[in-house]
Design a protein around this ligand. Structure first.
Ligand code: UD1
Ligand code: CA
Length: 455
């Protein structure tokens, strides 16, 4: 096998996106679109991957990190000029260079592999990945001669009516013989409608030198969609969503309405999990078997245990144990760890807290910066008063305690094992083991008061 190199073009501002965010960093299901391109190229076993950055170079580098080398294209003078920026790294190498746009995130690894193989087996100096689409507006058209050989690519803006009627388009992905590429790039000029140096012009240059140029046509025209505006972005998100959901469905996950379920590319789900509509699961979330998620639930970067049920809730950066019952309408904020057989009910917010096995927080509570043991019952309306305006303080509730309704636990404070707190208490001092704490005004009844008032 020949050595393989890749150049990803990502220097353009992406004017048509109408955004402050650089085009290739726009996320599709939680991951910048350029990352999909890099990930899909990974199986090709590249010797080098060079990303051409311009606008937003620092942010692109920060997002992509060590997955690529970077070269700056200071001025965006066109796609040929962009590839030329990689000359210092690549020009003397022998092998195949694939050029890919950072804005075609849907191309699958299999398609890249087929393109490489087609190129290497045919002995071409250039192989264009093309596809046939109904509405080719905006794309470069593939112009073939009478015998069907590729002659050149003409950009939409430079095409005459006859050329515009061609439905075979340049997907913006090509394999080149590396040395032929860099020698042809020097000959590209910018005499065209956009006064840009067009990479597709390399095809015509190689043809004029009697070099072999071919096309590999992929039938899946959706895969090669270039994301130039937010209409295409929404379309790509939709396609990626279905692709991901179908992979889970095939693995034995039930997704009752795949069109209305959003699962990020890094999420892993065991078989026999059920996901109901309106659910968004992102980050490095893992969901274990027999969990039931949704409807209308948002989970980001969490581990969800076996048999746990989560309905209409929001959970972030937390670990949830087995057979836990959460919601409806619970909010579990980062750094929370919940044990097994726990109940977190409606209108409960939990932040940066540990909850032990079988503990119940059934309704209307705020538990923040707290450590709760096992077998505790938290009455409705209990609040951990964790913030004094400057610092956050810890509340500790030990095993088998019982906190009465509408209690305030003013942190730092500890309720020791097996204790009771009377409903309506404001607890400011530690409660010793096995005791009852009552911290509220005593009730007085003024009998006959109302009758006197009305007289
Ligand atoms: C390009 C192709 C067109 C093809 C289409 C497929 C050219 C001239 N045209 O058109 O034939 O049908 O892709 O989607 O190549 N970029 C740079 N530096 C530049 C200019 C562009 O890095 O100076 C990058 C952009 O960030 C983008 C990619 O190159 O990722 C393609 O540029 P774009 O402006 O989107 O080209 P298209 O007009 O879509
Ligand atoms: Ca494009």
């Amino acid at each position: 096998m020949k050595k393989r190199f890749a150049v990803i073009l990502a220097a353009g501002q992406g004017t048509r996106m109408k955004s402050k965010l650089y085009k290739v960093l726009h996320p599709i299901l939680d991951r910048p679109m350029i990352q999909y391109v890099i990930d899909a190229l990974k199986p090709a076993k590249l010797e080098k991957l060079v990303t051409i950055v311009g606008h937003g170079a620092e942010r692109v580098k920060a997002e992509i990190g060590t997955n690529s080398e970077f070269v700056l294209q200071e001025e965006q003078l066109g796609t040929a000029h962009a590839v030329l920026q990689a000359a210092d790294i690549l020009k003397n190498k022998t092998g195949t260079t694939i050029v890919v746009c950072g804005d075609t995130p849907l191309i699958k690894p299999e398609t890249y592999e087929k393109l490489f193989e087609h190129h290497e087996l045919s002995g071409s100096k250039a192989t264009i990945l093309t596809t046939i689409i109904k509405n080719p507006t905006g794309y470069g058209r593939v112009i073939r001669n009478e015998s069907g050989e590729v002659e050149r690519i003409v950009e939409h803006k430079d095409a005459d009516d006859k050329e515009k009627s061609v439905n075979e388009i340049n997907t913006g992905t090509y394999c080149f013989d590396n040395e032929a590429l860099f020698s042809a790039l020097k000959k590209v000029n910018n005499n065209n409608a956009q006064q840009e140096y067009y990479l597709p012009d390399v095809i015509e240059i190689l043809k004029a030198e009697n070099e072999k140029v071919t096309a590999f046509t992929t039938e899946d025209d959706e895969e090669t969609t270039g994301i130039n505006d937010r209409v295409a972005l929404a379309h790509a998100e939709n396609l990626m969503k279905i692709r991901i959901n179908e992979a889970h469905l095939r693995n034995g996950v039930t997704i009752t309405d795949p069109n209305n379920t959003y699962i990020g590319p890094d999420v892993t789900i065991d078989q026999d999990v059920i996901v109901y509509p309106g659910t968004v699961i992102t980050g490095k979330t893992h969901i274990e078997t027999e969990a039931v998620i949704g409807p209308h639930t948002e989970i980001e970067s969490c581990t969800i245990g076996t048999g746990t049920v989560i309905r209409q809730s929001v959970i972030k950066n937390s670990k949830i144990g087995n057979d836990v019952n959460i919601g409806p309408f619970a909010h579990i904020r980062p750094e929370t760890s919940i044990g097994d057989d726990v109940r977190v009910g409606n209108f409960v917010e939990i932040k940066k807290s540990t909850i032990g096995n079988t503990t119940k927080v059934p309704h209307l509570s705020y538990i923040g910066d707290a450590k709760l043991g096992k077998g505790i019952n938290i009455g409705c309306g209990t609040i951990t008063v964790n913030y004094d305006g400057v610092n956050k303080h810890l509340t500790t509730i030990e095993d088998n305690s019982f906190i009465g309704c509408n209690s305030n636990l003013v942190a730092p404070v500890t309720i020791e094992e097996g204790s009771y707190v009377a409903a309506g208490s404001t607890i400011t001092d530690d409660v010793p083991k096995d005791s009852l704490a009552i911290a509220r005004a005593r009730q007085t009844n003024k009998e006959g008061y109302v009758a006197k008032l009305k007289k």
